[in-house]
Structure formats: C-alpha cells, structure tokens
Ligand binder design. Sequence first.
Ligand SMILES: [Zn+2]
Ligand SMILES: [Zn+2]
Length: 268
Amino acid sequence: MAMRFSILGSGSSGNSALLVTPGARILIDAGFSARKLSALLAAVGESLDRIDAVFLTHEHGDHAAGIEGLKKFPALPIFANPATSRAVQAKLDPAHRPAWQLFETGARFRFRDLEIESFAVPHDAHDPVGFRFTGGRPDDLFDPRRSLVYLTDLGHAPQHVREYLRACDVVVVEANHCSTLLQADNRRPWATKQRIAGRHGHLSNEAVRELLASVASPPWRHVYLTHLSRDCNSAQAIETALAGLRGSLASCVFSIVAPETGTPFYEL
Ligand SMILES: [Zn+2]
Ligand SMILES: [Zn+2]
C-alpha cells in the first residue's frame, strides 16, 4: 500500500484532507480550527500531533484558517509558495511565525517519501496552486507508485492542469455549484454570483464534467467531487451532470463529498 487518503471536510466552511504514506502523514489545507481538525482526525483514528506537514493551496480562510491554531506545534512545517505564506502570515498574531517551507509554484520537490508537484490554478487568491502527490516505487508490490491530484478552487481548467490529471490514480476536484441553481439563488448579490461563476472563481458541475471528459482513457481509480456549495449544489445535480461520464469510466469510484462531511480512508 503506497497511500491512504481521507477527506476530513470540504466546502465553503472549511477544507482539509489527510494523506498517509509509509513515511509521512500530511494535511492538504487546514481550513478548520485546531479543535475541529483534532476532532476530524480522531474520527479516522489519527491525531494532530502525528501530522508531519501541512500543504496549503491558497490563503482563503476555508483552506488556511487553521494555521492560527497550529501554533501549539511550532516546528510543524507549513508548505506554501511565498505569496500564500505572506498572505496567511499577515493575518496571524505577529509573534506567531509558523515553520514556513517555501516552494515556487511549478517546482517539483520531495518531502520524506513523497514527491510533490505544484501548479498554478486560476482563482481569486494571491498565487493559488493545485498539487500532485506521488508516493511509492515502480514495480514494488507492497509500495506501488501512486499519485493523487488535489484540485479545488479554480474558475476554469487551463491545459496544463489537464496534463496533471492525465497521470494520477486519485483525483480530488471541486464541483462547486450547479450553474442553474447559482443563477436562481436570490440570497447572494449579483456581484458575488459573478465572482463564483467567473474565470477566477469556482468550477461548476458542468465545467467539471467537461474537464474530466477531456482526459482520454484516464487511469483514475477514484474521483472525489468536493467543495460543494451548500445552497447552490446537490448530490443529485452532480449525479445528473456526470451521468454519461460515469458510464464511460465504469471501474472508477466516484465519491460526492457532502459539505462538512469527511470520508473514510481510501487505500491505494
Ligand atoms: Zn478559495
Ligand atoms: Zn475554498
């Protein structure tokens, strides 16, 4: 087994996922308070003090709000690009300086037994990224090479993003809203709806379907649909949007992750 993966929670009120390899336990984003993260980790039999590093996609509170509460772990490495680290640091108590580990967007680097690639995504943050995490070794039955792409908070999918999706076993991608439900929503002002639906906002169900369908013969084992809007999306709307695609990818598991609901460990 090369990796175990669990989404601790996803949605506009917080995002965090746990990836475990034989040599590392990492959080991808930390958008919940430390207390909440502890509870979410306990639900899958893990704990905050066993986490080896946190990787941040961008500075929005639903991805990085937990960094404040992690000051109890001052040596915990927090991986981010310089613009994201500056934006998060600016909101912290000045005396709290996390153990930032800076990487340049587009760089490939290692952390323990993981290889990490970051890539730019179009979203209204300073320098938002997606990640591909790769662990294991080629031709090793007990620790086979496996990759996971983590792709949330993007308004559209440029070509380079599609290239990362072509070579991974697990896809975590946002299915933020149903365009019809978003347009019909009367709680959000027009400007907010324009931002969400815009080129630097969030992917709609229809955009996710187009993105996934654009990858020919993908090797995916599991696709997680995440970051669902509570008001402007539903499992049913996603099922409808993806129905044809799921039929053509019969051996791939699709999980629609309800807002604020975690998933059990998936082993790959
Ligand atoms: Zn965001
Ligand atoms: Zn977000």
